[in-house]
Design a binder for this molecule. Structure first.
Ligand code: NDP
Length: 294
């Protein structure tokens, strides 16, 4: 038999595993873009979308270790709870107080947060906006708002205004971000229409207002006094064309949609897990196809 005959080649049928744990999780589209990326660069990796009930998270993380998974994403409701089961949490994720990505380093599980970093990368690449020295108003005080505010502060934003309905939640977030990053940050109670002031350079909707099926909903804001180059961004990615972004475009303002953040948090996750550059265009296209946009 010839030496290069297939029968002499070592077979490897074992795929490397990553995935997402959440509840609910069935509609999370991240797997589509990660699997497209693995195929594009020729990696035998699989991304599993796994429903895990809150009281089964500890067992699920033991499973991640037992299966030798290379990493995992966390989504609602596990981003905070997971921290206690990890060996290490990266400093930025500690500042945010939540983990959305875990990577395996040797036999250690290390928590990271790519939500705010994904938003920032989109801001810079897709909108050409550098937050250093700029003023931003953030609508909302939940997980997305925390991650984005923390990363904006770490990137040198001059001033952050948090606008939130629930005073206690808003105050807690403002205090945490100020204490952990040294940011200049203040809270505006959201009990009437928020008129975006002239001095604000960036507006971020980090609430779920506008999310499918409430596609006609719009955050209670006014752009009447906004500066003519105010960048209006939305974390809502389903649909990416929200009523807020439409209203901004009608006034001639530049916009950034939630797909950008979703793609770049996935790009950063891919890089953390595989150590390779991510095929960004492939990932974006796969996601757009999955959401019926391409
Ligand atoms: P949370 O539940 O942690 O926070 C939701 C926030 O929205 C709260 O501050 C809440 O205010 C506010 N809110 C909800 N409804 C209203 C309303 N009608 N009017 C005013 N404020 C409202 O959610 P997350 O932060 O985890 O997620 C927020 C959004 O971000 C979701 O749509 C999610 O899909 C999206 N997201 C997008 C990502 C991306 O990659 N593009 C990544 C992560 C999240 P209050 O405190 O007063 O209740």
């Amino acid at each position: 038999m010839a030496e290069n005959s297939p029968s002499y080649m070592a077979a490897n049928y074992r795929a490397e595993l990553v995935g997402v744990l959440g509840d609910p999780v069935a509609e999370n589209p991240t797997g589509v873009m990660q699997e497209a990326a693995f195929r594009a660069v020729g990696l035998n990796w699989r991304y599993l979308t796994i429903q895990v009930k809150p009281d089964e998270l500890a067992d699920a993380i033991r499973g991640v270790r037992a299966f030798g998974m290379r990493g995992i994403n966390l989504t609602i409701p596990h981003k905070v709870e997971v921290m206690q089961y990890l060996d290490e949490v990266a400093p930025d994720a500690q500042k945010i107080g939540a983990v959305n990505t875990v990577r395996r380093v040797g036999d250690q599980l290390v928590g990271e947060n790519t939500d705010g970093k994904g938003f920032l990368r989109g801001l810079q690449i897709d909108a050409g906006f550098n937050p250093a020295g700029k003023r931003a108003a953030i609508l909302g005080a939940g997980g997305a708002a925390r991650a984005i505010s923390t990363e904006l502060a770490l990137a040198g934003a001059a001033d952050l205004i948090v606008v939130n309905r629930s005073h206690s939640r808003g105050e807690q977030m403002v205090n945490d971000v100020r204490q952990r990053t040294g940011a200049v940050i203040s809270l505006v109670p959201w009990n009437e229409t928020y008129v975006v002031p002239l001095e604000v350079d960036l507006l971020v909707n980090a609430t779920s207002v506008g999310l499918c099926p409430q596609v006609d909903a719009m955050p209670d804001i006014s752009l009447e006094r906004a500066r003519p180059d105010l960048l209006v961004s939305d974390v809502v990615f389903n649909p990416p064309e929200t009523r807020l972004l439409r209203a901004a475009r009608e006034r001639g303002l530049p916009t950034l949609d939630g797909l950008s953040m979703l793609v770049y948090q996935g790009v950063i996750g891919f890089e953390l897990w595989t150590g390779r550059d991510a095929p960004e265009a492939v990932m974006k296209e796969a996601l757009e196809r999955a959401l019926g946009l391409a």
